[in-house]
Design a protein around this ligand. Sequence first.
Ligand SMILES: [Zn+2]
Length: 414
Amino acid sequence: MESSNLLLVGIVLFVLIDYIGGALLNRLNEKGKDQPLIGEAAEIYNAEEYAKSMAYGSAQYRFEAVTGLVTTAITLVAIVAGWFAWLDNWLRDRIENELLITVSFVAILIAIWAIGNLPGSYYSTFVIEERFGFNKSTKTLFFTDQIKQLLITLALGLPFLYAVAWIYQELQGQFWIAAWALFVAFSLFMFIFGTRIFLPMFNKLKPLPDGELRTAVENYCQSQGFPLSKLYEMDASKRSTKLNAFFSGMGKVKIIGLYDTLIAKLTVEETVAVLAHEVGHYKRKHVYSMFAWSNVQTLLILALMGWLLGNPDLSKALGSDIQSFHLSMIAFFLLFTPLSTLLDLLSNSFSRYNEYQADQYSIDTYPNAREHMYSALKKLSRESLKNLNPHPLYVKVHYTHPPIMERLANLKKV
Ligand SMILES: [Zn+2]
């Protein structure tokens, strides 16, 4: 067998294994979720709410089963039938410049991806979320969001891709160090300013008004020597009833945002306890370690690309005799799937560990945080119909936060 055909078989196998593994894991998780409602679980849901959470989980499971199958089938057909090579060829007939071919190729794929995802997101928002009472979005807001997201992705992604492809053109196998420097600079910028620049395009952020909550938050932050530059209330309720809080930025440009839905449902003490958890992520340097870890992953991927991308078999496996940066890159990422799953496992376990540390920080620094955090987490779970019994293997693969029952048990420990 020709080596490019061997590569094609490898790519198809990886896509299949990834799909089948994911589908089996989803099924395992779905089958195991209906456990007796006893102990702490009974403090979260009554029988009726519990039944509703089961139905919500099943609806999501069925949705993922269908979208996963369709996406995988289309991906496999595109690979085997040579659709990527066809698009490359079509562009070559019209564009001379190699870099512009790469950028146009990726732009078309992103646009197809965005349009292809529309029916699924529409169904998920206006049928599933709607049925369970979460959806607050209107059709106008939904479509405006989708268009904005696509435009932002293209506006940021394409110039960046152009730069990376240009570096590759100039340096070939040695491109990865220079490309990495560019990635680090870009992600540092996004890390510090991303939320500040892009969040206001989707949501209104208004300073948390003076009052009991603001005073409590300011007092807490002052007690921790945590200079609070921006404390916002965000109008999340225009899209969903689900509650959340976030922290973003670095150094002097730190932002804390509280969803209006969270402020409405939690007491002042519960909100400060949740916020103390967010401050804990900052004080325990999780912000920096996660940033560093993500850049290490990028370095690893780019180094592998530097090593492998020069091989003409990558483009050939997708059906093209003309070696190109974009075709080789797609073949590379398809082959990279198993390693990327492994990296995700590491990232998730790292993140779950950090969550416990942040909970501990809240307990250590805010009076009675243990009880407030406990009741806040129960409310958060109830309000989003969380699965109380996810399968342990599913947790390892997908959860960035510990499952709710484990987190509650940890809060009870002295
Ligand atoms: Zn956290």
